[in-house]
Design a protein around this ligand. Structure first.
Ligand code: DOR
Ligand code: ZN
Length: 445
């Protein structure tokens, strides 16, 4: 659509813009960004008191289609994305069957196109069946549009297999996203190896189970020099290894999730399965190390690891319940309220970590509102306050550890390719009373 956003404050670090701006959208693209554009013959929206950001990019999302549509479909996951201000997502291949071949990659893209909400970039499996043994047909998945490779949910335990996969991915110019876990150390564990877990008498997962694999991957990367991305880091030892890698000239990127950045093992409380995920929540020292690494850029990406599970499964006992929490609809207000407002991260740093940096990594057209870029935009109301309530989620699942949290900084409009997909909490195609936007906008300047 043609639209002028005026009166708002734009944060676009990639384009070097931080301050009041008018943003002119024509069709599906950004046409101009300026302090004042003068008279323009298009409808406008007055954004007094609101902020304009490039659409968020979440590079770690589990859509459960094909195979587990009771937890999430591509359409409901995309609805959750735009509700949370996320305009591009990369989805992990641990579906059923897994995305380890070009047909499934093609299927995911088709379904995403039909949903017509967020942009979906599939990640292909590293190994056939995500079993860690034989390398999957990476070349043909890349041809079909896979934007990276991962066995996420499982590690690639065999170092030789991982080395070869990294070599292939390098030849394809795509990143390998590593789920760092040494199963001989972690298997059977369900919570962090700390005071809280010991008190509950649960089997534990030591930080070394993550850090050992981080170290291995860094050493492989030292030889391969491809694109290595470390998913959902949780332990301060992993951050120390990243520091070492930087000194040793090893190039690597890494992500942290909102839950690891904001919670500790204490959130497990009395066997609360909403706080069961892999890797587990750790100590406040780990959390602070992650926060610092995010600020300094050793961890350059925020990703949600949105992992929907059914209520019935999560109501199982702590040992049997599945690992994972959802995050698409709470990530931005959480980071706004608990990191930006607390002075732990600037708005520009947040936009970089949760939009520009993952866009660069995946090499997708997102992460900045410079003229000519796709009009993927999120408008946030920094004052909009709301209590997190799973009942209101567009996601098909409810497994959040943040239920009841009072947060600020909710997205109020999400636009993808110039089309408004979310407006004041309503999602196109999902909310019956999604408004006819044109009639709301003003037409005279
Ligand atoms: O908690 C998690 N859930 N961690 C993973 O690595 C996989 C994910 C899932 O697929 O549910
Ligand atoms: Zn994951």
């Amino acid at each position: 659509m043609d639209l002028l956003l005026k009166g708002g404050v734009l944060h676009d670090p990639e384009n070097g813009w931080e301050g009041p701006a008018e943003v002119l959208i024509r069709g599906n693209k950004i046409e101009a960004v300026s302090l004042s554009l003068g008279p323009v013959d298009v409808p406008f929206w007055d954004l007094q008191g609101k902020i304009i950001l490039p659409g968020l990019v979440d590079m770690h999302v589990h859509l459960r289609e094909p195979g587990n549509e009771g937890k999430e479909t591509i359409a409901t996951g995309c609805a959750a994305a735009v509700a949370g201000g996320v305009t591009s997502i990369a989805c992990m291949p641990n579906t059923d069957p897994p995305a380890d071949n070009k047909e499934i990659i093609c299927y995911i893209k088709e379904r995403a196109k039909r949903a017509d909400l967020a942009k979906v970039y599939p990640i292909g499996a590293i190994t056939r069946g995500i079993k860690g043994k034989e390398i999957a047909p990476m070349w043909e998945m890349a041809q079909e549009g896979a934007k990276g490779f991962s066995d996420d949910g499982n590690p690639v335990s065999d170092s030789g297999v991982m080395l070869r996969a990294m070599q292939y991915a390098l030849n394809l110019g795509l990143p390998v996203i590593s789920h760092c876990e040494d199963l001989s150390l972690a298997a059977g564990g369900v919570v962090h190896a700390g005071n809280h877990g010991y008190r509950l008498g649960l089997p534990v997962i030591s930080p070394a189970s993550e850090a050992v694999m981080v170290a291995r991957d860094l050493l492989l990367q030292k030889e391969i020099k491809g694109k290595l991305h470390l998913a959902h880091l949780s332990a301060r030892e992993s951050v120390e290894l990243l520091r070492w890698a930087k000194g040793a000239g090893i190039s690597v990127s890494a992500e942290a999730t909102p839950h690891h950045l904001l919670l500790t093992e204490e959130a497990v409380g009395n066997f609360k399965t909403e706080a069961k995920m892999n890797p587990p929540l750790r100590t406040s020292a780990d959390r602070e190390a992650l926060q610092r690494a995010l600020k300094e850029g050793f961890i350059g990406v925020i990703a949600t690891d949105h992992a929907p599970h059914r209520l019935q499964e999560k109501e199982d006992d702590f040992l049997s319940a599945p690992f994972g929490v959802i995050g698409l609809e709470t990530a931005f207000p959480l980071l706004w309220t608990k990191m930006v407002e607390e002075g732990l991260l600037t708005v520009s740093e947040l936009v970089d970590r949760f939009s520009s940096a993952p866009a660069r990594l995946l090499d997708i057209p997102a992460g900045s509102l410079k003229p000519g870029a796709p009009a993927d935009i999120v408008v946030v109301d920094p004052q909009a306050e709301q209590v997190v309530s799973g009942e209101r989620f567009f996601s098909r699942s409810r497994n959040t550890p943040f239920e009841g949290w009072r947060l600020k900084g909710y997205p109020v409009m999400t636009m993808v390719d110039g089309d408004i997909k979310m407006w004041q909490g309503k999602v196109k195609g999902f909310s019956e009373d999604f408004p006819e936007i044109k009639s709301i906008l003003q037409t005279r300047r």
